[in-house]
Ligand binder design. Structure first.
Ligand SMILES: Cc1ncc(C[n+]2csc(CCOP(=O)(O)OP(=O)(O)O)c2C)c(N)n1
Ligand code: SF4
Ligand SMILES: [Mg+2]
Length: 319
């Protein structure tokens, strides 16, 4: 085997610990991290001033800072303005079906333990059409980072009420104002069983990067709600959380116990603008690790057989 082949880390391993083939101490030139220029693809087609620009810029920064090469990540999304994300990243990824990003991403995560799966998308994609997938991916603890760019509206389809739109919000589907109780993404994530739950806002770039790094380092399903203003259809939605607009950006108190589910749920229930930071974090076996155990045991049992013999045995059993 050539010494230049990068070792695949164990399932659930921290991807930053992947050894670079260039750092083997044998005088091989060190592999440089990607620059923003190298990782940026098409010019984003979002409206000028859209909060999503900031999230993309911070994803590039994460890739730069943590030396994530193209073959070590994949960027997945559903459909929506925010879900255009993978188009703008010069790396592997997919712009998948509306609401179906998570099952697609789960397949990648379970079959490719050597890379980290990042999923980006909107509040409609996550909690409306994709609501069930959200709950099940969270409870199964599939290793990936899911960043929901919450703008409290359907942006791409030009202003319909989303599951996170506040009561009274006037839209094309609620001309007299939204009547239905909105979903609280943080409560939803905690109660669904997400093992990492954090909240940030695109108007605070340092904080977004901090949350992305912590989420990436978590071994499990890491969820970030990132407020991201739709300047076209919900201008000013998050002003109360933005000090530059006269609002307050308050972080999760230092003495908050992130392993305390009830305390996290209480934080999630605070009225807007609430708190920002990591609300909940638990160490729980991932779906990836659990499946790997089964696969390992089956491989051990059948190690003397060739692939076709295993298949033949299966067909014989079905007779
Ligand atoms: C199966 C299906 N149903 C409906 C649509 C129409 N549609 C496209 S994006 C979208 C909602 C987008 O809202 P959100 O996920 O919040 O993303 P945003 O545009 O706000 O970033 C809808 C309803 C679709 N593309 N596919
Ligand atoms: S419609 Fe809203 S969410 Fe979509 S690109 Fe424009 S500002 Fe951003
Ligand atoms: Mg939206």
């Amino acid at each position: 085997m050539s010494s230049s082949i990068t070792e695949i880390p164990a399932r659930g391993g921290n991807i930053t610990s992947v050894p670079s083939p260039a750092t083997n101490g044998n005088g091989v030139e060190e592999r440089k991290g990607l620059t923003k220029k190298e990782i940026a693809a098409d010019h984003p087609t979002w409206c000028p001033g859209c909060g999503d620009f900031s999230v993309l810029a911070l994803y590039f920064k994460l890739i730069e800072k943590r030396k994530l090469w193209q073959e070590k990540i994949t960027t997945v999304a559903g459909i929506g303005c925010s879900s255009r994300f993978p188009y703008f990243v010069q790396a592997h990824g997919a712009h998948f079906i509306h609401g179906r990003a998570l099952p697609f991403a789960s397949g990648i995560s379970l079959s490719r333990p050597d890379l980290h799966v990042f999923v980006f998308g909107g509040d409609g994609d996550a909690f409306s059409i994709g609501g069930n997938h959200f709950n099940h991916t969270a409870r199964k603890n599939v290793k990936m980072t899911y960043c929901v760019m919450d703008n409290w509206v359907y942006g791409l389809t030009k202003k319909q009420t989303s599951p996170t739109s506040p009561l009274g919000f006037k839209s094309k589907t609620d001309v007299t104002g939204a009547l239905d109780q909105p979903i609280n993404p943080m409560k939803q994530a905690i109660s669904a069983g997400a093992s990492f739950v954090a909240r940030t806002t695109s108007s605070n770039p340092n904080h977004v990067l901090q949350m992305m790094e912590a989420a990436m380092d978590h071994d499990g399903f890491s969820f970030i709600e990132c407020l991201s203003e739709c300047v076209e259809f919900y201008e000013g939605a998050f002003d109360a959380s933005n000090p530059r607009k006269g609002g307050v950006f308050a972080e999760v108190p230092k003495d908050h116990d992130v392993t305390d589910e009830l305390a996290a749920y209480k934080l999630a229930g605070e009225p807007f603008p609430g708190k920002f930071g990591i609300f909940y974090k638990a160490n729980r076996a991932t779906k990836n690790a659990n499946e790997q155990k089964i696969i390992g045991a089956a491989r051990e049992k059948t190690k003397s057989l060739q692939d076709w013999q295993i298949l033949q045995k299966n067909f014989d059993r079905l007779k």
